[in-house]
Ligand binder design. Structure first.
Ligand code: UD1
Length: 422
């Protein structure tokens, strides 16, 4: 099992370049399946294990796919007929695999995709995805751990109200509506910037969509879509991770690719704590030279609220506050797994229902901890950077799902961090 070992206490200094967004590239690559003409070419594709999973899934469906790791270019040729079944092996490894449901359904008229099931952070149902497909006219059968969708005559546009602004359901239903007959209106749609990125790509493919980055998205169905070239947006969670690492270590770091407009809630909360943030051209400079930060209250919410993926990471910063902070998780039911690990490092955190009460303290103590999921793992790396002594983080395969070269990027900023391959 591979591990990351961090020795804490060094302020991070310098510049770090953010890679392409994991949560944008996955739905965008899935939507490339809609192209019956031409090839799609993507730039700024991060070299992540989740990107490998979606690539292998597409290859298993009969798509020609190639990735140039050096140039970060991914090419997708989906012109041949597709196999219409996504196996459990893929979906169980990565929930976002369920995003191939819509393109397979509209291309092949029948699609069979394994049900995603639960994961470390909660039960994560898919009823909003299925409701959307059904309202567009698909017949849904759930049996033996698979979802089968049938639409032999194609789909028909309609108005769909989401009970909750689910990111994945919004993406899946947008993809399905692009080739439906007539107009589809999505109400209470999710507004995350990664959905806006997917819509920009779909428009380059020939889709007619308006209302991106709002809760009301209107899609006019078209006859067919073609391949296109697209540059993936920078990863705002990776950016947040380096911004918080810079502040927590009392450093001074320019995070290149960090965009203010994608991270307004984060920047506001960090400034509320007393961290200095300068918004530069396509970058943010983060500085902190205070002995203590102010405590804050954070609540995760759908966009434009505070992103749940940054909850564990900002919690580490609140450990340095002069007083008690609260972090309330409203999006996922079980996203406090990092708390037990942080407590092993001497953190004083109490969970009350959906909230964590975090007491600021002078320092953490390094020890052995376990990355329970992707963002929990990132939080532990930052905790290691501010701890006394050595922190060893195991199960780092979770971290590799969403961070390109994390130890090298941090080492370039001055951190004492190594990966041990066993
Ligand atoms: C996406 C992101 C993930 C992020 C999450 C919320 C990707 C690949 N993943 O996940 O990193 O944490 O958005 O910003 O982009 N829900 C239902 N029924 C549904 C669908 C969702 O109850 O049909 C619930 C989920 O259980 C969860 C909440 O809604 O509690 C948010 O889920 P959703 O927005 O769908 O997240 P994902 O698309 O899975």
């Amino acid at each position: 099992m591979n591990k990351i070992v961090v020795k804490g206490g060094i302020p991070l200094q310098g510049e770090v370049q953010i890679d392409g967004a994991k949560n944008a590239v996955l739905p965008i690559v899935a939507s490339a399946l809609l192209a019956t003409e031409g090839v799609s070419k993507f730039y700024n594709v991060p070299n992540l294990s989740d990107v490998k999973i979606i690539s292998n899934l597409l290859a298993s469906l009969g798509v020609k796919i190639s990735y140039d790791q050096q140039e970060k270019i991914l090419e997708v040729d989906a012109r041949d007929n597709l196999k219409n079944e996504a196996a459990f092996d893929f979906v169980s490894k990565m929930r976002a695999s369920f995003l191939v449901m819509a393109p397979l359904l509209v291309r092949e008229k029948v699609a069979k995709v394994a049900m995603p099931g639960g994961c470390a952070i909660g039960s994560r149902p898919i009823e909003q995805h299925l409701k959307g497909f059904e309202m567009l006219g698909a017949k849904i059968i759930q049996d033996g751990g698979y979802v089968e969708a049938h639409a032999p005559e194609g789909l028909n546009g309609t108005t769909i109200f989401f009970d909750f602004p689910s990111v994945g359901a919004t993406q899946n239903v947008i993809m399905a509506s692009c080739l439906a007959k007539g107009t589809t209106i999505l109400e209470n749609a999710a507004q995350e910037p990664e959905i806006g990125d997917m819509i920009k790509f779909l428009k380059k493919m020939g889709a007619k969509i308006s209302g991106e980055n709002t809760s009301r998205i209107v899609i006019e169905g078209v006859e067919k879509l073609h391949g296109a070239e697209y540059t993936i947006m920078p990863d705002r969670v990776e950016a947040a991770t380096y911004m918080i690492a810079a502040a927590a270590t009392k450093g001074d770091v320019v995070v290149k690719g960090a965009r203010y407009e994608d991270n307004v809630a984060l920047v506001s909360k960090m400034r509320e704590m007393g961290v200095e943030i300068d918004v530069l051209d396509n970058a943010m400079r983060v500085r902190n030279n205070r002995d203590s930060l102010k405590p804050i209250d954070v609540k995760t919410l759908p966009h434009p609220g505070f992103l749940t993926d940054m909850q564990s990471i900002i919690m580490v910063l609140t450990l340095l506050a002069d007083g008690v902070s609260t972090v309330t998780e409203t999006v996922f039911e079980n996203r406090f797994m990092h708390v037990e690990e942080l407590k092993r490092m001497n953190a004083k955190i109490r969970i009350e229902g959906r909230s964590a009460l975090i007491e600021g303290l002078p320092r953490l103590e390094g020890t052995n901890v376990k990355a329970t999921d992707l963002r929990a793992g990132a939080a532990l790396v930052i905790a290691g950077l501010i701890s006394h002594g050595e922190t060893t983080i195991s199960h780092i395969e979770h971290i590799d799902r969403g961070y390109v070269d994390i130890e090298n990027k941090l080492r370039k900023l001055g951190a004492n961090i190594v990966r041990i391959e066993e």
